[in-house]
Design a protein around this ligand. Structure first.
Ligand code: SF4
Length: 464
């Protein structure tokens, strides 16, 4: 079979992380590696391509198109499948990805033949055999119109395949993550042992956590020509024993690379010795989900951590000169003073790079809010991007809340001290990219402010 695998382009309305990061489509590289001897696979990365999908359909004339994506991509995934059917109704259309696995009903759309909802590494080859050779339909794949009955799905198997990175060789030079150029992704575990109620990641593995065999992970790491490695585990700092074994493996195998990882504040605060060892073996940056510097909010989010721990973690990272990209959740109950307080806290702790996320009850998570407080319709998929306001703020108007977000970003990211530090530490090209990217995000926020002001005017006129 000729298989066209497509990573969708983000919708225009999505406020975009793609402006500050574009990384390889790891899940498609994994699926691509599962092709049988008789299959041919092409990956098209629509984030980087300028031609429309029809161009690639004409060019490759596939028998099957596979599209994976997030919640923000749902509509585009449906459009691509419809376009494939319009081009040739015999093309099999298949969708997958994390949103499809957690909320499969959202992708039961016209034009989509199959949704891979469980164990894609096991199910995908079975689906190929089913379509090609008439084998039994795989149980973790739903056909069009088929209801998802959780009890009828197979158990999670946590099977992984080494990604075929040659499939994106032509795109490789464009992949980067903020300051990390030509970054390669590595996955060492699935899920997370914690239970934060806003978190979508834990829903993908139904709260379970499994590590890949260490030797297999190190083999893959050793085979990567890239120096910059982004370990995309939901929480790479989940297990002291595993981290120690990983670091021993790096030493034994003489692997010298730079690492960017996700890690929790409590692990960092409690394991400064291991962080120091890791820093000496190439750790440069940790993305830390601090979420809040208010105790009651950390409790509200079931973060199982506290403000003092967040501060201790930053002390460790600053002392070791490890960069921190901080993720903060902005609560809809905040007033201007709360934004000011956060700004002071970020500056006091020398947190130089932040991702500010308005609290978002993502479909599929445990977080629920009254429907009448939602600002985004469930089907308005491109806006579920963790950057739009999804819950009506209680103490600020929507335009004012967006203004505060923009103001805080500008005050944290564009401090002269911080820019000088970035310039000294990273290539000027990466700093320039970051400035360009954040300017695009700022422009999107300014448009949101205008749009929200018009809506407010309209509501006032209607009310008056
Ligand atoms: S937010 Fe982080 S620590 Fe919490 S469940 Fe999700 S991945 Fe785990």
């Amino acid at each position: 079979m000729k298989i066209l695998m497509v990573r969708p382009q983000p919708a225009q309305q999505t406020i975009g992380l793609q402006h500050v990061m574009i990384v390889e489509p790891l899940e498609l590289e994994v699926l691509g590696a599962l092709r049988r001897a008789q299959d041919e696979v092409v990956i098209v990365d629509m984030i980087l391509e300028c031609q429309p999908l029809e161009y690639f359909l004409r060019l490759h004339r596939p028998d099957m198109i596979c599209v994976t994506g997030y919640i923000t991509n749902v509509a585009t995934m449906g459009e691509y499948c419809l376009a494939a059917k319009a081009f040739n109704s015999r093309i099999h259309t298949v969708v997958g990805g994390v949103h499809c696995e957690v909320c499969p009903d959202d992708l039961d759309l016209p034009g989509i033949d199959f949704r891979v909802v469980r164990n894609p590494v096991t199910m995908f080859p079975q689906l190929l055999d089913h379509l090609d050779l008439g084998a039994d339909a795989p149980t973790g794949v739903l056909a069009s119109g088929q209801a998802c009955i959780q009890t009828e799905l197979p158990a999670l198997d946590f099977i992984y395949a080494t990604p075929d990175r040659s499939l994106v060789a032509g795109y490789r030079k464009h992949y980067f993550y903020i300051f990390h150029d030509k970054v390669a992704l590595l996955k060492t575990s699935f899920g997370c042992p914690f239970n934060c109620n806003f978190c979508f990641c834990r829903e993908i593995t139904r709260g379970l956590y499994r590590q890949r065999p260490l030797a297999e992970t190190l083999d893959e790491l050793e085979s990567l020509p890239q120096k910059e490695i982004y370990i995309v585990d939901d929480d790479f700092l989940a297990d002291r024993r595993f981290l120690r074994a990983f670091l021993d493996g790096l030493k034994t195998r003489k692997i010298h690379k730079h690492y960017l990882i996700y890690g929790r504040a409590d692990f960092i605060a409690e394991n400064p010795d291991l962080l120091e060892q890791f820093r000496n073996q190439g750790l440069t940056t940790v993305i830390v989900g601090f979420e809040s510097f208010f105790e009651e909010e950390l409790a509200q989010y079931a973060k199982n951590s506290d403000v003092q721990t967040n501060r201790r973690a930053m002390d460790v990272l600053n002392r070791l000169d490890i960069d921190c990209f901080a993720t903060i959740i902005l609560n809809p109950d905040w007033c201007r003073q709360d934004f000011d307080r956060l700004e002071k806290e970020l500056k006091d702790l020398q947190i130089n790079f932040v991702n500010l996320q308005p609290l978002t009850p993502l479909p599929g998570t445990q977080m629920e809010v009254p429907k009448d407080t939602l600002l985004i319709a469930r089907e308005d998929y491109p806006k579920w991007d963790l950057a739009h306001l999804s819950i009506q703020p209680t103490r600020l108007s929507v335009p004012d809340y967006y203004r505060e977000i923009l103001r805080l970003y500008n005050r944290v990211l564009f401090q002269p001290r911080v820019l000088v530090r970035f310039l000294l530490k990273y290539k000027p090209k990466m700093l320039w990219k970051m400035i360009q990217g954040t300017s695009r995000v700022s422009r999107q926020y300014r448009e949101k402010i205008k749009e929200a002001e018009s809506q407010l005017d309209f509501n006032t006129r209607q009310g008056g």
